[in-house]
Design a protein around this ligand. Structure first.
Ligand code: PGA
Length: 251
């Protein structure tokens, strides 16, 4: 089923105590949400934050990444199983920062998607083009390639569990948001692509979030677009009031 979602990606911010404080403020500030609220703190905070939000309807826990193997000698890594055992239901996969700084490629991301689904986690799969691709107007093809390479091997039943997050790289953390028209154009293109692969019903049920400098000021206009089903929020998810305003902007 298509869901309206606002997900907060804390990235590598907040100590455990600060994260607990932020969660407390979010729980106090957010009124009854119209959709799902997903919080993605660092691994070290998953269990504590998870326990706090578990008691609230509509709140869900996510990790920001998982390893592509199920287990083994991968010092410093965290598996999908471990994440699920901390109470998380979602995991962000393929964030552009993972692709850029940790050289994660489409094939490894496909493995991460598989391992996440196998352990009962719903992937929030990120896609999006860099600025030079947008400038030569090949962004739709670029994103299509990312989705085909990392998601379109899935059977329909598994694909239905995936949330797609379109995050143009030039808009992440830059203060430069995609216009609502630019977001709608890409979200529609993604839905058309999903329809071609899985059929119209599945495409219509797919949740597609926008991410990239989405904030308390621009969220309503972005979320008002017919193919934008909410947002993946970085910077603005670290301030409870801003995050609450963004959640209140859901359709
Ligand atoms: P931003 O990050 O909202 O700070 O631009 C979004 C993201 O990277 O998920």
């Amino acid at each position: 089923m298509r869901q309206q979602i606002v997900a907060g990606n804390w990235k590598m911010n907040k100590t455990l105590d600060e994260g607990i404080e932020l969660t407390k403020s979010i729980l106090e500030t957010v009124e009854k949400p119209r959709g799902l609220v997903v919080i993605a703190p660092p691994f070290t905070h998953l269990r504590d934050v998870g326990k706090m939000i578990k008691v609230r309807k509509h709140f869900h826990l996510a990790a920001q990444n998982c390893h592509h193997e199920q287990k083994g000698a991968y010092t410093g890594e965290v598996s999908a199983d471990m994440i699920a055992s901390c109470g998380a239901e979602f995991v962000i996969i393929g964030h552009s920062e993972r692709r850029q700084y940790f050289k994660e490629k489409n094939d490894v991301l496909a493995q991460k998607v598989n391992v996440a689904l196998a352990k009962g986690l719903r992937p929030i799969f990120c896609c999006g083009e860099p600025l030079h691709i947008r400038e030569v107007d090949t962004h739709v093809g670029y994103v299509a390639k990312q989705l085909k390479a990392s998601l379109f091997h899935l059977h329909e039943e598994d694909f239905r569990k995936v949330v797609i997050a379109y995050e143009p790289i030039w808009a992440i953390g830059t203060g430069r948001t995609a216009s609502s028209d630019q977001a709608q154009e890409m979200h529609h293109a993604i839905r058309v692509l999903v329809a071609k692969k899985y059929g119209k019903i599945v495409a219509n049920d797919t949740t597609i979030l926008y991410g990239g400098s989405c904030n308390a000021q621009n969220a309503s206009e972005l979320f008002a677009q017919p193919d934008v089903d909410g947002g993946l929020i970085g910077g603005a998810s670290l301030k409870a009031e801003d995050f609450a305003t963004i959640i209140a902007a859901l359709k």
